[in-house]
Each structure stands twice: as structure tokens, then as C-alpha cells.
Design a protein around this ligand. Structure first.
Ligand code: TRP
Length: 335
């Protein structure tokens, strides 16, 4: 059997944070180094437009996220790393799939349903502020996935339904036009940590509780000091398993270091001291990539060149696939 293909996209609507790093970037880079899979990673800038309609934000986020992956050691010779909008075959395939997608399937998408529900709860019309991008979002995502015949899609739990929809759409297309697409499956890794944010909820852009990945040392220290803790005094035993400080520690520490910190919690380490140690640990691991990242931000043309190379590599596949699929639906030269 040919090598398994892994593909995932990162929406370019904000700055990369520690949760992105621990939950997505680090495991993806590790998997790509193992050599056991063929990896496709891309910047989902078309997806960003659904929510982020500030051009400067989308543009800056694209640079920051690309620079973060490169600074953290993504080896672009081993993976295909590209920007969605550099692959014109993706919107083209999106349309071909749109015409094979039941509207009823899209009505059931969680993200869309949640937006409608919020309108109803707020006494608004069902459709207020909902654009067609949000409604069709899963079809664009299906095109991202099916374009490269990916098998495994590493995603967070909130995205499982979208991958299942991609599978449904592929099935329907294959049934009608012949076997063109691999049926993808979501891969949700339970070992990968979902970091808590400053307020103890899941670290997420939408909660505004993130610790950005590449802060200056001073600001990183400040953010770590803001992590919510309880009122236990130095000397009083503390519970590591309900503490965001410990949880972030664990995501960066070795097994031994985690054991040690567990013992320190039992011994009543002061919150200030635990946070100081957490800062040292995280800062040590981010110091080198941070320098690389700042260099790349100063040299956006260098990042652009890497993305252009990635697009060239990706388009070898996407242009071949789209030619086949266009032919299959009856869009081909007349004579
Ligand atoms: N929708 C995904 C998210 O918000 C990002 C994404 C876009 C994606 N296209 C994809 C993820 C294709 C996996 C595969 O997280």
C-alpha cells in the first residue's frame, strides 16, 4: 500500500499561541519527521475570510503562522507546505463538490447551527450576520482534503464533523462520477494536550485567554503570571490536576520533571515560584525558535519564497486531479 497521507490546515485569523503549538504544530512536525507518513500542511486563508474581514489581520496572521511553523523546525523538503489561496484548483473543486452536496447536509453543520441558534436566542432573524462562506465552509474544507487524496486528518474535536462531511461528499461524488477520491478519516489524538488558557478554559482565540507563542521574555513572564490560581498560601498542598500552571508545565516538561513538579505541589510550592519555574521551562524551549521567528518576520519575502515552492509542489498534484475530475463531470474539450 502506498504511504498514508496526512493533511491539515490552520486558519489564518490570529497569532499562533501555546495551545496551537502543543496541540497541533508540535505533533505535526514530529509526525512528519518520523518518515512514516506523507504530510501536507497548509495555511487556510480562504477559511479565514469567513470570520476575519480585516485585511491587515488576515495578511499578518498568514505571515506569523507560516513563520511559526518554519521557526519551529518544519522541514519543507519532507512535507508539502503551502497556502490554500495559491492553489486555484481548490476553489474550482469546491464548486464541483458544491453541486454534489445536499443542502440538508450543510444545514446540519454544528458551526452554522450554533450561529443560527445564537440569532434565535438573541431575538434576531435566523440569518442575521451569517454569510454563505460560513454555510458552505465544510465544502471548501472537503475540497482541501479531497484535492490531495489525504487519508488522515489530524484535527481537534470541533472539526470531526467537518471531516465526516468531506467523507460523505466524496462518497456521493464517487458514486455518481466514478472513484476519484480517497475517503478521509479524522484523527483525534488523545495524547495530545488541549491546553487550558489564562482563565482555566480551553486556550482559544475565541475566548481571548491565550498565551501567544512568541512573546518577548518580559511579556511571556507577565502572561504566565496572569494564569488563574486559587488562594492557597505557600506551604499548603496544591492539586496539580486542576491547575493550569501544572498542566502547561506538563506539556513542556519531561516525565521526570513532571513527577518532580507533582511532588512540589504536594509540598506546597508557592504559586509565584511555580510560575517562575514554568516561565524558565517554556522560555528555554522557545528561545531559539523565537529568534528564528523574529528573523523571518523581518524577511517576509523569504517566507513567501518558501510558500511559492510549496505551491509548486502541491500544484503538481492538484492540477492533475482537477483535470481528471473536470473530465469526469463533462467539462472537457469538444474535439
Ligand atoms: N477548519 C479548520 C479549523 O478551523 C481548518 C481547516 C481548513 C482544515 N481546511 C482544513 C483542517 C482541512 C483540516 C483539513 O481548524
Amino acid at each position: 500500500m502506498s504511504q498514508q497521507r496526512v493533511l491539515t490546515g490552520i486558519t489564518t485569523s490570529g497569532s499562533p499561541h501555546l495551545g496551537n503549538y502543543v496541540g497541533a504544530i508540535r505533533p505535526a512536525i514530529e509526525a512528519s519527521r518520523s518518515g512514516e507518513v506523507e504530510s501536507f500542511f497548509f495555511l487556510a486563508d480562504y477559511h479565514a475570510l469567513i470570520k476575519a474581514q480585516d485585511p491587515d489581520l488576515v495578511h499578518q496572521s498568514t505571515l506569523e503562522i507560516a513563520a511559526a511553523w518554519l521557526a519551529l523546525g518544519l522541514d519543507t523538503d519532507r512535507v508539502t507546505f503551502y497556502r490554500q489561496s495559491d492553489i486555484p484548483e481548490i476553489p474550482e473543486l469546491t464548486w464541483l463538490l458544491t453541486c454534489m452536496t445536499a443542502k440538508g447536509l450543510m444545514n446540519r453543520a454544528h458551526a452554522y447551527k450554533a450561529a443560527v441558534q445564537a440569532n434565535i436566542d438573541g431575538g434576531e432573524d435566523d440569518d442575521t450576520a451569517i454569510n454563505m462562506g460560513l454555510f458552505s465552509y465544510p465544502i471548501l474544507m472537503a475540497a482541501d482534503i479531497l484535492m490531495f487524496n489525504a487519508h488522515k486528518i489530524p484535527v481537534g474535536r470541533d472539526q470531526i464533523q467537518h471531516v465526516e462531511m468531506a467523507r460523505d461528499i466524496a462518497q456521493r461524488f464517487n458514486h455518481h462520477y466514478g472513484e476519484h477520491f480517497v475517503l478521509p478519516a479524522a484523527q483525534v489524538d488523545d495524547d495530545v494536550a488541549i491546553l487550558q488558557g489564562l482563565d482555566g478554559r480551553k486556550m482559544s482565540k475565541s475566548y481571548g485567554n491565550t498565551i501567544p507563542l512568541f512573546l518577548t521574555e518580559k511579556k511571556l513572564k507577565k502572561h504566565i503570571n496572569k494564569i488563574k490560581t486559587n488562594l492557597l498560601e505557600p506551604g499548603e498542598p496544591k492539586d496539580p490536576d486542576t491547575s493550569a500552571v501544572f498542566q502547561i508545565w506538563q506539556a513542556f516538561a519531561s516525565k521526570d520533571q513532571s513527577q518532580q513538579m507533582r511532588a512540589e505541589f504536594a509540598n506546597g510550592i508557592a504559586w509565584g515560584e511555580a510560575k517562575r519555574q514554568l516561565f524558565e521551562l517554556v522560555n528555554e524551549q522557545l528561545r531559539e525558535p523565537r529568534e528564528k521567528y523574529l528573523q523571518l518576520l523581518e524577511n517576509p519575502a523569504q517566507v513567501e519564497a518558501v510558500l511559492q515552492q510549496g505551491a509548486q509542489k502541491a500544484r503538481q498534484q492538484s492540477s492533475a486531479l482537477i483535470a481528471k475530475v473536470r473530465g469526469a463531470v463533462g467539462i472537457r474539450p469538444l474535439g
